[in-house]
Structures are given as C-alpha cells and as structure tokens.
Design a protein around this ligand. Sequence first.
Ligand code: C2O
Ligand code: CU
Length: 463
Amino acid sequence: VYKPIFQNKLPIPPEKSPKYTYTNQTTGAQIDYYEFEIKEFESQIYPNLKPAKLVGYDGVSPGPTIRVKRGRESVVRFVNKAKLATSVHLHGSYSRAPFDGWAEDLTEPGSYKDYYYPNKQSARTLWYHDHAVSQTAVNAYFGQAGFYILEDGAENALGLPKGSYDLALALASKQYNSDGTLFSPAAERDSLWGDVIHVNGQPWPYHSVEPRKYRLRFLDTSVSRAFKLTFETDDNKKIPFHVIASDAGLLPKPVQSDNLEISMAERWELVVDFSAYAGKNITVKNARDVQADEDYNSTNKVMRFVVGNTVSNTENNNLPSTLRNVPLPPNKSGVDRQFKLERSNGEWQINDVTFADVNNRILAKPPRGAVEVWEFSTGGGWSHPIHVHLVDFQVIYRKGSRDGVLPYEKEALKDVVLLGKSETVRVIARFAPWDGVYMFHCHNLIHEDHDMMAAFNVTSLGD
Ligand code: C2O
Ligand code: CU
C-alpha cells in the first residue's frame, strides 16, 4: 500500500525546445523541428522497493511538453530506442493520414519517423501518445504520453492565467507488483483499473498555489479509469469552479460546476479561484468507480492544492464572461451512421468488426466536407470512451444510464465522448479538411488493443 499521500510534489514536465527552425518553401510558414528519443528510464515510486522500469519520450513521463503557436508548423522526429515498435498519434490534431499514428505504421526499434503537424487549428490542449497496434496499452501506460499545447492570439488576449498559473495535469491510474515494478496490462482483456492515482507521474502529489485564479488542463491518460472530480475543503465542502475548455479548445463561455466527469483521453480545462482559501488545503477527490477493496482505499483521492497567503503576480487573473465563438457544426436531424460497441467471442467489436478484420474494418466513407450525425450505442455493463480521429464533434444526444448531455458538453467541441453503460450517444461533425483513412475506437486501451477499433475513409467521392 502506497503511504505518502499528498507528501510528494507535483512534477511539472519539462518544455521541449525546437532543435532548429526553417521555412516551409511552399507556405512560407516557419517550421519548428523537434527531436525525441523514446527510451527506457527508471522511476522510484515505492521508496524501499525496486524502481519501476518505464519507457518514455526523452526518458520522462509525461513526455516533455511541446508548446506551439498557431500558424507555425512543426516536424517532430521520434527515434525509437525502446524494445517495442511504436507509432505516435498527436491526439487532437487534424494531421494528414500518413502522420496520424496509424496503428500499423510501426516504427521498429532502432529506426525513426518524422511527423508533420500543421498547427492551424484553434488553441487547444493536445497530447501525443503511442498508438502501436495491439500494444498501445503497454506503451502508453509504461510512459509514452505527453502534452502538446497549441496557443493562439485570440486566446492569449483573454488574460486567462498563464505561466506558472497554467498547469497541465495528466491523470493516470496504475497498479504495481509487490516488488515495486509496474504491473503490465499485456495480459488483460477487460480493463486495468489501477489503485494508485498519479498526476504527472507522481502518486497523489501536492502542489503549492497562490490565492488567485489558476488554469488547470486536465487530461486522463489512464488505461481504463474515468474520474468524477471534485475540489473540496478540509471540512469536505465542494468548491465551485468554471469549465472553460474541452478537447478542441475554449467553450463559448465559462460553465460553473462543482464536479467534472473526465474519461480516458478527454481534456477538460478549468479555472479554479483559490483566492478565498488562503492558508488552506483544497483536495481534488474522485467519486467514480471507487472500489471498496482495501487495495483501492485511496482511489477517491487525486491530489492536493496547498494554498499560500501571498500573490506574487496579479496579471492574467481574468475569467472573461465570453470566451470565443465556437464553430459548432450546423444543426442536422436524423442519424447518418450507427455503431454498436459490444463484446463477442472474447473480442471487443464495433458493428461486429475488429481492427484485425482488414477487409471489413472501414465502416464509413463520409464525403469530404459532409456534416454527419454518428450514433454510438452499447448495451452491456461496460462504458466506452469513443475517439474519432481527424474531426472535432459536438455531443448532441445521450440516453440510457445517464440522460442528456452534460452542461459543459453542450456547446463544446470534442474528439472523445464517454459512452456510458447501456447508453446511446450521438455526435455531429464535419468530415474535413482532408481525404484519408482514419481510425475511430474505444480509448479504454485494453478494448482498443483487443480490438475495438475501426476506420473511416473521407473521400471526395463519398459513399
Ligand atoms: Cu488518443 Cu486513436 O487516440
Ligand atoms: Cu471500450
């Protein structure tokens, strides 16, 4: 059992600088060139046991944060110095298909691949992570995940918290062997819940904050665990906060809430105002899937903010009442395509297809530019966070174990939606800007690997 809860500092991932910059001769844009090595490293989680052997981008996890300005382009070389093949997906980017981390586009140990990213989308919190076929769970869980933050002028002008007041927080739930090494998800076929909650690679950390506003960019990198987060005082009072952004950037306006549901691969950004809590603790707790088992006795806790008494910088302490005009897809009635997510013969499937079924796995051919409504449903006792590559979608319908769209989901653009147990969810998206074959799948990485993943082909012709 891990003891030092809220006693270790929150790690802040290093920021990655470009190795050099050059000019794209076609577009005239500046291209920043980055280079990463995927390699092994050790992480001492339990003080008196063996270190966990991990594999990460540049030998850290989360990987170094890339911060780019909209309008600059980037080329990122990933050199595979690890033992397993890799494929890198920049989750949240409308990358061209050859640079989207197609699961079978493997970079073998000893080789490398250069990925080109356009960075033309609006400001948002993206993340890069492994997507290698059948071993994404192992690769991502052992460390291959990092933040990629796209900034733009419109967002900068809002005066939202910046610098040390803007924190990227990668949640992860893991399980360790009794010798201190990390338990592998390789043999799992259902889920890996994990009983040790990490933020930025540290179990149950604390972070000292000033009594002012902070921007918190939450990302759930867990293999299988979704969270319902609350922020609580020492006497268990929930404090309200504002949700300001989703997977694809800012909401139209801040939405006040006292809890946040976040499932695997989702990003939700909050502004939390600590100004009324000088000298106090605010603890982030979890109310979802908390197991009664003794090993799971702390899965109801996530991290702690220790609020100091002085503010060293009062700039960028704004929370404007409007944030941006969100380019939601036009309204459309009806359902264009239906997908059933079920388990059969020990495999996780979408419309009875697995990703290994290469002749049948292209399940949709949306004409490029078309606006379509996709419906996902599941009947069983499982929930599935569905990720559609390439597009930003709006969640327009939910029925089943939960009814209705969450208040902060309503006008958000997203690329992952949690399909809860026995739910039907509809999303609407414009299938653009490029032609190409892209994946969509469950982001419970065990389900994704075995083998709840399919593809769609955006074509000029359509089908
Ligand atoms: Cu976050 Cu297809 O992945
Ligand atoms: Cu699933």
